[in-house]
Design a protein around this ligand. Structure first.
Ligand SMILES: *Cc1c(COP(=O)(O)O)cnc(C)c1O
Length: 425
């Protein structure tokens, strides 16, 4: 096919896309000349839903109109604001409504989960995580160890085999088996931020439970990226952030999942605050804590309404589709990106390689490109020619075509800009 044929083929793909109208629900950043940029960093900060402003203004209006009485009289009463997220979040996470709650920031929530699920005792003292985990998670895990008077040797990191980039499930299972009754908690990133690898959560969780440990997952790069079944997979606890694939704005509220089987336990350690107290008697302000019989028991404070208003606007869009539908498009988009990279790699004999797993089932939408030589030059070129991508020192470009707002046309434009670079450098 010549270029014109390819362009019209790609246009057709976008016209046929059953989710195409979602793109219009977002502000797409533009360059100085007013052209839309090819935005491929939804894995870092999702785009702004156009409705976010309306939701935010409604809360500002209600605050102006009611003052403190907005807690009860606002259109979405603030006292129960967190509960307006449970249904949507439950669908995205594959959970029961009672198992999820939106609260705090992600790293704060990881700590709160560890208060409950990292309870080192006797020889069961080990924490398990990927070697190339997001740094904040490693800081959190190591500081938890120190908090319990344990040294760093209790943090067990998983590394790929020599010459490989992804972790093999069989190797993870073997490590879990080897750790056996020394493993207290596993806290892997369900989708690794660097390689985009999507771990086999169900299998790994099962193995972790079989050795008597707790299975926690950091869903920062998984939530809103691909379908999850946290309840069915028997995950003990999980946390995510809402500002990546869930498009809820910089620093947007995090959320947690606590499997229902832990809700009624009275001996589970938990840091407590009034928003975790039974809602029936919360405002009678009793001296003693009576937990909510749900994941809400882990809440500490009243909700940050203004930032959560944007989260609500974003979840309204997720409510209009499903993670399954998004995934169908996502598999096609990422396959097309892979095809482009393979084609250009051959044509220009680049030294790059794709770090992300080849098997689409073992990755989300992101592809990470390892470029030992001209990486930075290519990155700077595409960045200054209308592509927003992400550079990880020293040699990786991460590209995340997000099914909710990216198009095949976006990727076709990326291709042309990359060709321009290789034709001139
Ligand atoms: C993005 C990300 C974070 C960020 O943490 P915050 O507490 O939201 O600032 C932490 N962990 C992982 C795995 C992430 O991808």
């Amino acid at each position: 096919m010549n270029n014109m044929e390819i362009d019209s083929e790609i246009r057709l793909q976008d016209e046929k896309d059953p989710l195409k109208s979602f793109r219009n629900a977002f502000f797409i950043p533009k360059d100085d000349k007013g052209n839309e940029r090819v935005y491929l960093t939804g894995n870092s900060l999702g785009l702004q839903p156009k409705e976010a402003k309306t939701y935010l203004l409604e809360e500002l209006e209600d605050w102006a109109k009611f003052g403190v009485e907005g807690h009860v009289h606002a259109r979405r009463p603030w006292v129960e604001y967190h509960s307006f997220f449970s249904e949507s979040l439950a669908r995205i996470m594959g959970a029961k409504q009672e198992e999820v709650v939106a609260m705090n920031g992600l790293t704060a929530n990881l700590h709160l989960l560890m208060v409950s699920f990292f309870r080192p005792k006797g020889k069961r003292t080990k924490l398990l995580c990927e070697g190339k985990a997001f740094p904040s998670d490693l800081y959190a895990l190591r500081s938890q160890l120190r908090f319990h008077g344990l040294d760093d040797s209790n943090l067990v990191l998983l590394h790929p085999r020599e010459g490989e980039q992804s972790l093999r499930t069989e190797d993870i299972l073997a490590k879990v088996h080897e750790l056996g009754d020394t493993l207290a908690l596993s806290m892997l990133g369900a989708v690794n931020f660097y390689t985009g690898q999507f771990f086999e959560i169900q299998k790994i969780t099962q193995a972790i439970k079989a050795v008597g440990a707790f299975a926690g997952w950091d869903l920062a790069h998984a939530a809103g990226n691909l379908p999850l079944e946290l309840h069915k997979w028997d995950v003990d606890c999980a946390a995510w952030c809402s500002y990546k694939y869930m498009n809820s704005g910089p620093g947007g509220v995090s959320g947690i999942f606590i499997h229902e089987k832990h809700h009624a336990l009275t001996d589970i350690p938990r840091f407590e605050g009034w928003w975790g107290h039974d809602s029936e008697s919360r405002f009678k302000m009793p001296d003693h804590f009576q937990p909510m019989p749900t994941a809400e028991a882990w809440q500490l404070s009243n909700a940050p309404i203004l930032s959560m208003a944007a989260h609500r606007a974003s979840l309204d869009l997720f409510d209009k589709t499903s993670m399954q539908e998004l995934r169908i498009k996502s598999l096609k988009l990422t396959a097309y990106l892979e095809e482009i990279l393979n084609e250009l790699g051959r044509k220009y004999q680049t030294d790059w390689s794709i770090l992300s797993p080849i098997d689409p089932e073992q990755r989300g939408c992101q592809l990470s490109l390892l470029l030992p030589k001209k990486g930075r030059a290519l990155f700077d070129y595409i960045q200054s020619h209308g592509v927003t991508a992400d550079w990880r020192e020293p040699d990786v470009i991460r590209l995340a075509p997000v099914p909710m707002y990216n198009s095949f046309g976006d990727l076709n434009r990326l291709k042309k800009i990359m060709i321009e670079f290789y034709e001139t450098h």
